[in-house]
Design a protein around this ligand. Structure first.
Ligand code: FES
Ligand code: FES
Length: 307
C-alpha cells in the first residue's frame, strides 16, 4: 500500500530537486495536515532530500564488485574534483550532487558511475575530468536534439529498438541513439526508434534490433562505425534525391569498412537467444518507462489476481 502523501512528495521533489520548506508548508495547508506529519513521512524515505540538489546527479557504485576495484577512491576523486569538503555533497556552482549507491547492475564494468541517465564504466580516479567532460558533451547533445524536435517516434514501417539499460548505456547506446536520430534526419530515413529495457544479455551490449517485414534482426556489440552498414541493409530514403546521396554514402562506407562483418541473428521472435523468459518476458520490446505499454502487455495482472 503506497502512502497517500508519496505522490505529492515525489512531484515536489521532481519539480525542485529537493523538498523545499515553503513547498512543504504549502502542502500542509492544502491537505490540512500538520507540517510535523508531513516531515515524519518524508524523512522516513531515504530518497527525499531536504537540502538543494545539483542539476546533475553523480552516483558512484560501491557494490561489491566496484568496491574491490577501488570505488571509494573514485568517489574521493569526484569529491575532490568538485571541491566538496566535509558533509558537502553538491558543488558550489550547483551543477553536480555526488552520492554513493549500491550495485548499478553492470558489475563487469566496475567501477561503474551513473550520471543522470548515463552509465560510465571502468572509471578510475585519474579519468574523472574526462568522465565529466564526456557527460557534459552528451547532455548538451541531448538538449540540442530535444530542441530540434528529434522525437523517438517518427512514423515508419521499420522499427529500431535499442537497449538503453545500464550495461548497454555504459557500452555506448546513448551515443548510438544520438547517431541514429542524426542519420534519420540527415538522410530522410523512414523508421521509428524506441529505447527498450535489458534483454538479459548485457555481455553482448549494446544490443540493437531492427524489426522489419515480420522479422527481427538482432545485432550485438553495435558500434557507431557499424551503424551505417546496419541501416544500409534495412532502409532507404523516402526522398528520391536524398536516396541518391544515401546510396553514395553507403558505397563509400562499404569501401572503407570492407572488413565489417556485423551479421545479425535473424528470428521471428523479439527475444534473443534460445531460452524462455518468464519474469522478463517483454524486456527488449517495451519502453521501461511507458506504463501504458506495460499494462497493454498484461502488467499488474498478477496483482489483480491476489487482490
Ligand atoms: S557492484 Fe557496481 S555495478 Fe554491480
Ligand atoms: S543492458 Fe542491454 S542487454 Fe542488458
Amino acid at each position: 500500500m503506497i502512502h497517500p502523501l508519496l505522490p505529492e512528495l515525489i512531484e515536489l521533489q521532481n519539480r525542485d530537486r529537493y523538498l523545499r520548506p515553503e513547498a512543504l508548508a504549502e502542502l500542509s495547508r492544502k491537505l490540512s495536515l500538520s507540517l510535523n506529519h508531513i516531515y515524519s513521512v518524508a524523512s522516513f524515505y531515504h530518497a527525499f532530500r531536504f537540502a538543494p540538489c545539483g542539476k546533475h546527479q553523480i552516483k558512484v557504485c560501491i557494490g561489491a564488485a566496484c568496491y574491490v576495484k577501488g570505488a571509494e577512491a573514485v568517489y574521493d576523486a569526484f569529491a575532490s574534483h568538485l571541491g566538496l569538503t566535509g558533509d558537502q555533497d553538491t558543488s558550489a556552482d550547483g551543477l553536480f550532487t555526488l552520492s554513493k549507491v549500491a550495485c548499478l547492475g553492470c558489475c563487469m564494468l566496475a567501477v561503474a558511475v551513473q550520471i543522470d541517465r548515463h552509465i560510465f564504466g571502468q572509471v578510475k580516479p585519474g579519468n574523472i575530468p574526462q568522465v565529466i567532460k564526456d557527460f557534459l558533451q552528451l547532455a548538451s547533445e541531448e538538449d540540442a536534439a530535444a530542441e530540434a524536435g528529434n522525437s523517438s517516434s517518427a512514423p515508419g514501417q521499420t522499427e529500431i529498438r535499442l537497449c538503453c539499460c545500464s550495461s548497454c548505456r555504459a557500452a555506448g547506446s546513448a551515443r548510438i541513439m544520438q547517431a541514429l536520430q542524426e542519420e534519420r534526419q540527415r538522410h530522410g530515413l523512414e523508421f521509428s526508434l524506441k529505447s527498450v529495457g535489458c534483454h538479459g544479455l548485457s555481455f553482448r551490449a549494446p544490443l540493437l534490433t531492427v524489426f522489419n517485414d515480420g522479422l527481427y534482426y538482432h545485432y550485438d556489440q553495435v558500434q557507431e562505425h557499424t551503424l551505417k552498414t546496419i541501416l544500409g541493409r534495412h532502409l532507404s530514403s523516402r526522398n528520391a534525391i536524398r536516396q541518391i546521396g544515401w546510396q553514395a554514402q553507403l558505397a563509400l562506407h562499404r569501401w572503407y569498412n570492407r572488413s565489417c562483418a556485423c551479421q545479425p541473428e535473424v528470428s521471428d521472435s523479439p527475444a534473443i537467444g534460445q531460452y524462455a523468459r518468464l519474469v522478463t518476458a517483454n524486456s527488449g520490446q517495451d519502453q521501461p518507462e511507458d506504463i501504458a505499454e506495460y499494462q497493454q502487455h498484461g502488467g499488474f495482472q498478477a496483482l489483480q489476481r491476489v487482490a
